[in-house]
Write a protein that binds this ligand. Structure first.
Ligand code: FAD
Ligand code: NAG
Ligand code: NAG
Ligand code: NAG
Ligand code: NAG
Ligand code: NAG
Length: 628
C-alpha cells in the first residue's frame, strides 16, 4: 500500500472510491478480490480461525483432496442426522441449499455411497472460507474485512433456513455456531436504563434450542423454543418470530426478548433494548435474521418449569376414496378439529398435527402443572369422536404425562414425530400460511377452511409423503397491543401456521422436483384464497413467494425498510427476500437458471509471529460475562 502514496491525488481518490465501492459483490478473479496476503492477515487477526470449507460429503468424492473411504463411511452413516449436520460449517439441513444448481457435493442419504464418487465435488453455495467465530471481536473483525474489501458476507448458524439464507456463493461466511454464552439471571439490569427485569436468560448466537432448553431446565426454568433441538435459538428463529409449544401460554420467542448485544454494519458493538436504539431492537424482534446486524447475545424472559401433558391420536385411514374430498371421514375429522381449535388455543393447549392422504397424526400439547384431568376434560369430546369413527386403523390413542419440557421433547416417540417436519439430509419443499381466527368461526368460514385443507391435500395426491402440517403454536393469547415486536401482525390473529410439505433426496430429476413444488404451491393457493392480504411465517415459507414483502412482513415492511436503510446504508447484510432485498441475478444465481457456484480457494495459512491486532476491535471483549 505504501506505493499508493506516490500516485497523483486524483488517482488515489479513484482507487479509494473503488476500494470502498461497497456493493459487497466482489467475486474471485476480480481486481477487488483480496490477495492471499490479505486473507492471511485476516486469518492471523482471527487467531487462525479462518477455515477452508470442506463440504460434509467431500470425503466420498475421488476427485476431492479430502477423499477418504473410512471418513466417507462415517459421514454416510450420519448424513441424515441433524446434529451431525449442524455441527459443521460444510452442511446445510435442507440439501438443496448446499448445492448451487447442478453443482454440488452431495451423497444420497438413503443409499450412502461406498465406492468413491467420480463426479467432481463442488462447494456449491457454501463459502470457500468461513470464520469460526467465537467472540464479539471475531464478528467485528470479519465485518471490517468485508467492509474494506467489498467481499460478500453470509451468516450461518445451524443452517436450518428453509429459504437457503444461511449461504451465499463466493461469500465469506461468518459461522456463529461456536458463540456459546449461557447465563441465567434472577434479576437483570437493562443497559442504559434504571430498570431491571426478573428471570432473564442470556444465550450466545450459536446456542442450539436443545442446549438452551437443557441449561435453563437445570435452573428450573423453561424457555419458549420450538420442538427440534438443533434449530438455533438466537439466530433466524429468535429474530424471525420463533413459535413452539409455549406459544399460546407466553407468545413467540421475540415476545420474550428484552435486550440484544449486536454488531452493526459500522463495525460497532452495541447493546440494544427498548431504551437504547429502540428502532433497531424493534426491527430485530421479528424482522428476520441476517438483515439488520449480527446478533451476539440474546436476552429474554424465562419461566418457571412446568410439566407437559399430551393427547396423541395416530391412525391410518383405510379405504380412502379416489378423491380425498369425497372422504366424509376425513372431512368430519377436519371439521371437528377446526371447531375445537379456538377453545384449545384459549386454554394454552398447543398442537403439532400432520395430515397425509392415508394417515393422520395429531398431538395436543399442554404445558402446565394442572392435572391430566384438565386436558382430558378439554379434549374428551375430540378423543371420543375420533375413536368412534369407522374407516380408521388406530395405532396410538393416548394421554401422556411428561415431567419436563425436555422429557417431552426428547421422548423417543415425540422426538421422532416432531423431527419429521424436516429430517436432515433431505431437500425440503415447503409452502405455508398463517391461518386467522376468523376462519374458525362455525358455519361458512369453518366450512371454507375445511374445503381448502382437503383441496390442498388433493393437490398433493400423487406426491409421495405429501403432508399438511398444522402448528397450533401461535401466540393466540398475546396480541402485542403495544406493537413491541416486528413479527408479521398476522401472527397475532392466527391460530395456526399451516404448511404443505414434501421432500426429496439427492439424485431426484429436476422434472420430478418441479412437480413437488407445483403440488405444494397449488395446495397453499387454496388457503391463500381464503386469506387475502394475509401472511406466512418468513422462516417456514416458499422461497419462490412472489409477494414476499406483504407475505413475510405485512404492514411492518415500510418501517422495517427505513430502519434497515438507517443501520445498514451500504447493504452489507443481504439475504434472499429479507427486508431491503432487491433481486440481482448474479448475486442470487443459485436460485436461478444460471447458477454460479463457489470457486475453491487455497489455504493461505497464518502469518508467522504476526501481531494479533485489528483496528477498532478494542474494548469490546469485556462485554461477555460468560465463558466463551
Ligand atoms: C427441522 C426444523 C424445525 C423447525 N422448527 C421450528 C419451530 O418449531 N419453530 C420455529 O419458529 N421455527 C422452526 N423452524 C424454522 C427455523 O426457525 C428457521 O429455520 C430459522 O431460520 C433457524 O435459524 P438458525 O439461526 O438456526 O438457522 P440458519 O439457517 O443458520 O440462519 C437463519 C437465518 O438467520 C441468519 N442468522 C443466523 N444467525 C444470525 C446472527 N447471529 N445474527 C444475524 N443473523 C443471523 C442467517 O444468516 C439466516 O439468514 C424449523 C426449521 C427446521 C429445519
Ligand atoms: C472453532 O473454534 C472452537 C473454539 O476455539 C473450537 O473448539 C472448534 O474446534 C473450532 N472448529 C473449527 C471447525 O475450526
Ligand atoms: C395461559 O398461560 C398463561 C401463562 O402461564 C396464564 O397466565 C394464563 O392464565 C393461562 N390461561 C389459561 C386459560 O389457563
Ligand atoms: C464501513 O465503511 C463505512 C464508510 O467508509 C464506514 O462508515 C463504516 O463504519 C465501515 N464499517 C465497518 C464495519 O468497518
Ligand atoms: C398403517 O399403514 C402403514 C403402511 O402405510 C403400515 O405399515 C402400518 O402397519 C399401518 N398401521 C396400522 C395400525 O394400521
Ligand atoms: C488459518 O490459520 C490456521 C492456523 O495456522 C490454519 O490452520 C488455517 O488453514 C488457516 N486458514 C486458511 C484459510 O488458510
Amino acid at each position: 500500500m505504501a506505493s499508493l502514496s506516490r500516485l497523483p491525488h486524483t488517482l488515489l481518490l479513484l482507487v479509494a472510491a473503488q476500494l470502498s465501492a461497497a456493493s459487497f459483490a466482489c467475486l474471485p478473479g476480480e481486481p477487488c478480490w483480496p490477495s492471499n496476503d490479505q486473507w492471511r492477515a485476516l486469518n492471523t487477526s482471527l487467531g487462525g480461525q479462518l477455515r477452508v470449507t470442506e463440504p460434509m460429503a467431500s470425503s466420498c468424492f475421488e476427485s476431492s483432496s479430502n477423499y477418504d473411504a473410512k471418513q466417507c463411511a462415517w459421514v454416510s452413516g450420519r448424513y441424515g442426522n441433524d446434529i451431525a449436520r449442524a455441527s459443521v460449517y460444510g452442511a446445510m439441513q435442507n440439501l438443496q441449499w448446499e448445492g448451487c444448481g447442478e453443482q454440488e457435493c452431495l451423497v444420497n442419504t438413503l443409499k450412502p455411497q461406498s465406492p468413491p464418487i467420480q463426479e467432481s465435488c463442488s462447494l456449491g453455495a457454501l463459502s470457500a472460507y468461513y470464520v469460526n467465530a467465537t467472540t464479539t471481536d471475531d464478528v467485528i473483525k470479519t465485518l471490517k474485512f468485508i467492509n474494506q474489501t467489498g467481499v460478500r458476507l453470509s451468516i450461518k448458524n445451524s443452517g436450518h433456513d428453509y429459504l437457503g439464507r444461511s449461504v451465499a456463493p463466493n461469500s465469506l461466511a461468518l459461522w456463529t455456531r461456536n458463540i456459546r454464552n449461557l447465563e441465567y439471571h434472577e434479576k437483570y439490569s437493562l443497559y442504559n436504563s434504571a430498570e431491571s427485569r426478573e428471570n432473564i436468560g442470556v444465550i450466545g448466537a450459536g446456542v442450539s434450542a436443545g442446549e438452551a432448553r437443557d441449561f435453563f431446565q437445570a435452573k428450573g426454568m423453561d424457555i419458549t423454543l420450538g420442538a427440534v433441538g438443533t434449530v438455533g435459538a438466537a439466530g433466524g428463529f429468535g429474530q424471525g418470530a420463533g413459535h413452539g409449544p409455549f406459544g399460546p401460554s407466553y407468545g413467540l420467542m421475540v415476545d420474550q426478548a428484552v435486550e440484544f448485544d449486536v454488531v452493526t454494519a459500522d463495525g460497532v458493538f452495541r447493546t440494544i433494548n427498548e431504551f437504547s436504539e429502540p428502532d433497531l431492537f424493534w426491527a430485530m424482534r421479528g424482522g428476520g435474521g441476517g438483515t439488520f446486524a449480527v446478533l451476539v447475545n440474546y436476552k429474554f424472559r424465562v419461566y418457571p418449569s412446568v410439566q407437559f401433558t399430551t393427547y396423541s391420536f395416530l391412525a391410518n385411514i383405510t379405504n380412502t376414496p379416489e378423491d380425498i374430498r369425497d372422504s366424509w371421514v376425513y372431512r368430519s375429522i377436519l371439521h371437528a378439529f377446526v371447531q375445537s381449535q379456538p377453545t384449545w388455543s384459549a386454554n394454552n393447549i398447543s398442537g403439532y398435527n400432520f395430515f397425509c392422504h392415508d394417515k393422520i397424526e395429531t398431538h395436543l400439547v399442554y404445558p402446565s402443572d394442572k392435572p391430566l384431568s384438565f386436558l382430558i376434560d378439554l379434549t374428551s369430546e375430540w378423543a371420543n369422536f375420533l375413536t368412534s369413527l369407522p374407516g380408521l386403523s388406530i395405532h396410538k390413542h393416548a394421554y401422556e404425562h411428561f415431567n419436563t419440557y425436555k422429557d417431552w421433547a426428547t421422548d423417543a416417540d415425540y422426538h421422532w414425530i416432531i423431527q419429521r417436519n424436516a429430517p436432515g439430509g433431505m431437500a425440503v419443499v415447503e409452502t405455508g400460511r398463517l391461518v386467522p381466527r376468523s376462519l374458525f368461526s362455525p358455519g361458512k368460514n369453518a366450512n371454507a377452511l375445511v374445503d381448502a385443507m382437503l383441496d390442498g391435500l388433493a393437490a398433493g395426491k400423487k406426491v409421495p409423503g405429501f403432508m399438511m402440517q398444522v402448528y397450533a403454536t401461535t401466540p393466540a393469547n398475546h396480541p402485542d397491543g403495544e406493537h413491541a415486536t416486528s413479527a408479521h401482525p398476522a401472527w397475532r390473529d392466527a391460530l395456526w401456521s399451516l404448511d404443505f410439505v414434501s421432500g426429496y433426496f439427492d439424485g431426484t430429476p429436476q422434472t420430478a422436483v418441479a412437480k413437488l413444488w407445483k403440488a405444494s404451491r397449488m395446495a397453499i393457493g387454496f388457503i391463500k384464497k381464503l386469506t387475502p392480504g394475509g401472511g406466512c411465517y418468513l422462516n417456514e415459507a416458499d422461497y419462490g413467494e412472489e409477494e414476499w414483502q406483504q407475505t413475510f412482513f405485512g404492514a411492518n415492511y415500510d418501517k422495517l425498510l427505513s430502519i434497515k436503510r438507517k443501520w445498514d446504508p451500504t447493504g452489507l447484510f443481504r439475504c434472499w427476500k429479507c427486508v431491503g432485498w432487491e433481486a440481482d441475478e448474479s448475486l442470487d444465481s443459485c436460485y436461478g437458471s444460471k447458477p454460479r457456484a463457489t470457486v475453491p480457494l487455497p489455504e493461505v495459512g497464518a502469518e508467522e509471529g504476526a501481531e494479533f491486532r485489528v483496528q477498532g476491535g478494542e474494548g469490546t471483549g469485556f462485554l461477555f460475562q460468560g465463558e466463551l
